[in-house]
Ligand binder design. Structure first.
Ligand code: PGA
Length: 358
């Protein structure tokens, strides 16, 4: 449905690959892609389809989520606004892009074709954004970074330290669950990701920059706090644990650790945040397993204790991750170098008594 210099359908390509030319006007901000129809672009004639970049971006989001509501949330728009744009896009193309079967929407054949092209356009836009960022250099660069919820305990401090060294840089920090991080990597939709367990199967460059020990926590008065010698794993089996959600890096590491040792853990309540786990443990709802990086305040104030359990801590690492072959902007390169260099660690490393350096 496109032409690379000549077309049957009337959608013309901007490049000599498969990206449709979109008749667009750029308001002013390249990195936000706030685009509107340009009145000033000469009308190429009746054989051309008038598709705006905004419509394509909206379409790509609806097609990816197969939901108008989720696309509206992602793009901070109202659902009627998204529906209207999609309707106008369908009118411009002259074909339906979605069909509703029962309660769910599906892509029509034309929709599937269009999805392919809209993804391609979005990729080109991101690439252009990266090239523009490279031309601006580190000092005026903008860094998009997505981090695991657990890494948030140190990520802001790292960014603050980095910003002091590179004044003029700006950041967008996304703190999210592992599932979304995997999506960001798969869509190549962020500059860098910080996570504890890089996925297999994607062509990634994952570099360890800091240790991430997982420890067992209990309220300070717990009978297992302060034992004369390490608590055997078999004793831990008798306790109930408050655990993180299934997809979290912490949960995966914990399950692997116990399975490898033939220990069956009694999992009680499941919680999606470290804060909730710590509060539940403090309230006596069970023991917990968390990264030592989440515990700085509780250890300082004596609200939680780390239990000396045999074979603990579970030794893991934090990784800085991006798609292999991705063209990193100067600011992303500088931040990656900052993480991998020794200077970042003192900002991230909490004091955990009895654990040695972590
Ligand atoms: P998470 O942390 O448990 O918040 O996903 C990342 C990790 O430790 O792998």
């Amino acid at each position: 449905m496109h032409e690379g210099g000549g077309s049957e359908s009337g959608v013309r390509t901007m490049y000599n690959d498969d990206s449709p030319l979109i008749r667009l006007g750029i308001e002013n901000c390249l990195c936000c892609w706030r685009l509107q129809d340009a009145q000033s672009i000469p009308d190429p004639g009746p054989s051309h389809v008038h598709v705006t970049l905004r419509q394509l971006t909206l379409f790509e989001s609806v097609a990816r989520h197969l939901s108008f509501t989720r696309a509206a949330q992602e793009l901070h728009l109202s659902q009627p606004a998204v529906s209207m744009q999609i309707r106008q896009l369908e009118e411009a193309i002259g074909l339906p892009l979605f069909e509703k079967l029962g309660k769910r929407i599906h892509l029509t054949e034309a929709g599937q074709e269009m999805f392919h092209y809209s993804q391609s356009v979005n990729r080109q836009l991101r690439e252009a954004e990266e090239v523009m960022a490279a031309l601006k250099g580190v000092q005026r660069g903008h860094l998009r970074i997505s981090v695991a919820t657990t890494a948030n305990y140190f990520a802001t401090r790292l960014l603050a330290a980095f910003a002091r060294e590179y004044e003029g840089t700006s950041f967008a920090l996304e703190v999210t669950n592992r599932k979304t991080l995997l999506q960001r990597l798969s869509d190549n939709d962020t500059d860098l990701v910080i996570m504890g367990k890089p996925p297999e199967g994607l062509d990634l460059l994952a570099e360890a920059f800091m240790e991430n020990p997982l420890v067992v926590i209990a309220p300070p008065g717990h009978p297992l706090a302060d034992p004369p010698e390490p608590i055997p794993l078999s004793r831990i089996q008798d306790e109930t644990f408050v655990v993180r959600e299934m997809d979290s890096g912490t949960r995966i590491a914990m399950e692997r650790f116990f399975t490898a040792r033939g220990v069956r853990l009694k999992a009680g309540m499941e919680m999606t945040s470290n804060e909730a786990i710590k509060q539940a443990v403090e309230a006596g709802l069970g023991l917990g397993i968390v990264s030592v990086h989440t515990l700085e305040l509780e250890l300082e104030t004596g609200r939680l204790a780390i239990l000396a359990v045999e074979d603990f801590p579970i030794l893991r690492h934090w990784y800085v991750v991006h798609r292999r072959g991705k063209r990193l902007s100067p600011v992303a390169l500088a931040f990656r170098g900052f993480l991998l260099g020794a200077q970042s660690h003192s900002f991230a490393r909490p004091v955990a008594k009895g654990l040695g350096p972590v």
